[in-house]
Design a protein around this ligand. Structure first.
Ligand code: NAD
Length: 367
C-alpha cells in the first residue's frame, strides 16, 4: 500500500523560539529553510547538522492507525518509539518493523508516568480503545487513557519541548444536530449513555491539550479524526466495514442496524496518515477535522462491499444501538485551507486496496 511522501519539513531539525531560551518549536514545523515565520529563528547550520535525528513517540502505535503512522515515520527516517499496552492493538501490526534500527517498541500503559531518556521531538497520542465494541468492553480504561494517558503524554511533550498531537475524534460531535460538522460546532453528546465514556474522554483530552498549550506553551495539535478504514482493522472490532467484509467473504448475511439510512463518511488510511503528518507539520493549534466528506448510507456501504467481494450475501436489518449517530460527515474546509489536504482515494479504490487484507484475515480466522 503506497503511503504519501512526508512533507519535506518533517525531516528538519527543531528551531529555538526567539525570546524564550530553551523553548524549541515543533521539529517538523513547515518553515522554509532560512525564513521562519515571525517569532522563530533558525539554529546555526552547524547545530542543525549536530542535532540527532528526529525522534517521534507514538502512543497506541501497535493499533490500526498508530501502526501506519509508525510505518510512515520510520520510512522517513525518524527514530520511532512505539508505546502500546496491546489492550486492543497487536504486535502483529508492527512485527515487520521490529528489525529496523530506527524503530523500538515498548509494551507500556501510558496512563502510568512516561519517562523517555534523551530528546523527543514529537509525541503523537493515539492510545485509546476506539471502536464502540472496544470502549464498551473497556469503559474505565477508555476514560483513563483519555484523561490520565493524555495528561502523561502532554507531560512528556512539555518536559521535552516536543510537538504534541492528539488523536481526537468526530465522536466529540456526538449525534450531531449540524451537518456536515465544522470544527466550531460544539456537539450533541449524551455524557451518561454507553458511548459517553469515549466521547467525554476525548472532549476532556481536547480541553487538557488546549490548557497545556495556553498555560504551558506546549506546541499542540488536535486532529478530529472521522471514520477511517484499511488494512490492519480487526475483523471483530464491531465497526460496520470490517464486519461487512467478514460477513461478505464468508457468504453470511450482512447485518445492518436500523433501516440502514444512517450515514458514514469513510477515509482511506493512507489519506488519513498524510493528513496527520501535514497537521503535525503545521502551526495550527485549534482542532482540525480529518476525514473524507464522501458520505454514504450504511445500507449503501453494505451493498458496495457485497459487490467488491463478489459475494452472494444478503442484507438483514437489526435494531439500532443506543445513541448510534444518525449522520456523520466532516466539513474539511479547514484542513483544505490550512493544510492544503483533502482525501485522494476514491472509496471503490480504497475498498479494493483493503480486500486482499480482509481475505487473508478471514482465511486465518477460518483456519
Ligand atoms: P486501535 O484500537 O486499533 O488502536 C489503539 C491502540 O491504543 C491499541 O493498540 C491499544 O492497545 C492502545 N492502547 C489503548 N489503551 C492504552 C494505554 N492505556 N496505554 C498504551 N496503549 C494503549 O484504534 P485505532 O482505530 O487505531 O484508533 C487510534 C486512535 O485514533 C484512537 O485514539 C482513536 O480514538 C482515534 N480515532 C480513530 C478513528 C478510526 O476510525 N479508527 C476515528 C476517530 C478517532
Amino acid at each position: 500500500m503506497g503511503l504519501p511522501d512526508a512533507p519535506e519539513s518533517c525531516r528538519i531539525a527543531p528551531r529555538t523560539v526567539v525570546g524564550q531560551p530553551g523553548r524549541v518549536a515543533c521539529a517538523c514545523a513547515r518553515f522554509p529553510a532560512d525564513s521562519g515565520p515571525a517569532g522563530y529563528a533558525t539554529l546555526p547550520s552547524r547545530a542543525l547538522v549536530a542535532r540527532k535525528r528526529t525522534r517521534t513517540v507514538i502512543t497506541g502505535g501497535a493499533g490500526f492507525i498508530g501502526s501506519h503512522l509508525c510505518d510512515y515515520f520510520v520510512e522517513r527516517g525518524h527514530e520511532v518509539l512505539c508505546l502500546d499496552s496491546l489492550l486492543t492493538g497487536t504486535a502483529d501490526n508492527i512485527e515487520h518493523l521490529l528489525g529496523r534500527k530506527n524503530f523500538r517498541f515498548v509494551k507500556y500503559d501510558v496512563t502510568d508516568y512516561i519517562h523517555v531518556g534523551g530528546h523527543v521531538d514529537n509525541v503523537l497520542h493515539f492510545a485509546s480503545p476506539a471502536s464502540p465494541v472496544d470502549y464498551m468492553e473497556f469503559p474505565i480504561e477508555t476514560l483513563k487513557v483519555g484523561a490520565m494517558g493524555t495528561h502523561k503524554a502532554l507531560g512528556l511533550a512539555k518536559e521535552k519541548k516536543a510537538c504534541f498531537l492528539l488523536a481526537s475524534t468526530s465522536e466529540v460531535y456526538g449525534d450531531p444536530l449540524v451537518h456536515p460538522q465544522p470544527e466550531d460546532y460544539w456537539g450533541n453528546v449524551n455524557p451518561v449513555g454507553p458511548r459517553g465514556v469515549y466521547d467525554e474522554a476525548k472532549r476532556f483530552a481536547e480541553a487538557l491539550t488546549m490548557a497545556y498549550h495556553r498555560s504551558h506553551g506546549v506546541d499542540t495539535r488536535i486532529a478530529r479524526i472521522f471514520n477511517t478504514y484499511g488494512p490492519r482493522m480487526r475483523l471483530y472490532d464491531g465497526r460496520a466495514l470490517p464486519t461487512f467484509f467478514r460477513q461478505a467473504l464468508r457468504g453470511e448475511d450482512l447485518t445492518v442496524f436500523g433501516d440502514g439510512s444512517q450515514t458514514r463518511s469513510l477515509c482511506y488510511i493512507a489519506d488519513m496518515v498524510e493528513g496527520i503528518a501535514l497537521l503535525l507539520a503545521s502551526n495550527e493549534h485549534e482542532p482540525v477535522n480529518l476525514g473524507n466528506p464522501d458520505e454514504l448510507t450504511v445500507l449503501e456501504l453494505a451493498k458496495e462491499i457485497i459487490e467488491v467481494t463478489g459475494s452472494r450475501s444478503r442484507v438483514v436489518l437489526k435494531p439500532l444501538p443506543v445513541d448510534d449517530p444518525k449522520v456523520r460527515q466532516p466539513d474539511v474546509s479547514m484542513a483544505k485551507g490550512v493544510l492544503g489536504w483533502e482525501p485522494k482515494t476514491p472509496r471503490r479504490q480504497g475498498l479494493l486496496l483493503s480486500l486482499e487484507y480482509f481475505k487473508k484475515e478471514v482465511a486465518a480466522d477460518n483456519a
